[in-house]
Design a protein around this ligand. Structure first.
Ligand code: AP5
Length: 214
């Protein structure tokens, strides 16, 4: 099962990736988490990515494509994987197609921009695992602490409102064209495309995804 989660920043991709990964036993490949890990480790990739990410822009296609190709060639991806945050541009999708990677499901999350801006102010993350919470909609069991490790939760640097609005602009310009790209692929029988209303509760969205994937 090879799945692509498509949607604006904050649409709920990371939250539902956690659910799908646990329910279907396939690894989550989050390009955002991989880049943040590279930044934390101070690698050359991390140094290049940090400035771009903090400004809400996209890292270059070449860097990301190389990173994802390397990751999906690993053993744990043999039975499938869940791409969270990739592809994000038409060249990234083309590169995957050219490499012979067939996408079985494209799950599109639809959430209006203003709802996203509201959501991001309440997001808290566990940097070690990428687990995502929300102060109101998806709170941790203990305030400010990760449910699994008890570590402190943090606010992402790029969740400041001005940066979120920039990221939304980048999404509409560079990533949203992938919706038509995958709709056409679905019409040609090359994949399956489903649009999910991401404004529903976390549990309702999870149930809908489980129905689609089962
Ligand atoms: P990345 O980390 O991928 O960020 P993003 O796509 O912008 O997505 P987010 O993680 O912000 O949001 P999400 O959809 O996962 O939402 P979440 O589940 O957290 O990328 C960061 C940066 O890395 C990019 O800006 C770029 O620079 C770079 N990058 C990454 N991939 C790249 C690529 N392929 N090419 C080039 N550059 C790349 O939910 C958000 C909040 O809402 C949470 O608080 C959550 O608890 C809450 N929530 C979730 N679902 C619901 C719900 N149904 N109802 C209410 N609240 C909800």
């Amino acid at each position: 099962m090879r799945i692509v989660l498509l949607g604006a920043p904050g649409a709920g991709k990371g939250t539902q990736a956690q659910f799908i990964m646990e329910k279907f036993g396939i690894p989550q490949i989050s390009t955002g988490d991989m880049l943040r890990a590279a930044i934390k480790a101070g690698t050359p990739l991390g140094l290049k990515a940090k400035e771009v990410m903090d400004q809400g822009q996209l890292v270059s296609d070449d860097l990301i494509i190389g990173l994802v190709k390397e990751r999906i060639s690993q053993d744990d991806c043999a039975k499938g994987f869940l791409l969270d945050g990739f592809p994000r541009t038409i060249p990234q999708a083309d590169a995957m197609k050219d490499a012979g990677v067939v996408v079985d499901y494209v799950l599109e999350f639809a959430v209006p921009d203003e709802e996203i801006v509201k959501r991001m102010s309440g997001r808290r993350v566990h940097p070690g695992s990428g687990r995502v919470y929300h102060l109101i909609y998806n709170p941790p069991k203990v305030e400010g602490k990760d449910d699994v490790t008890g570590d402190e939760l943090v606010i992402r640097v790029d969740d400041e409102e001005g940066t979120v609005r920039k990221r939304l602009g980048v999404y509409h310009e560079q990533t949203a064209p992938l919706i038509d790209y995958y709709k056409q692929a679905a019409e040609a029988g090359q994949t399956r495309h489903y649009k999910v209303d991401g404004t529903q509760s976390v549990e309702t969205v999870s149930k809908k995804l489980a129905d689609i994937l089962s």
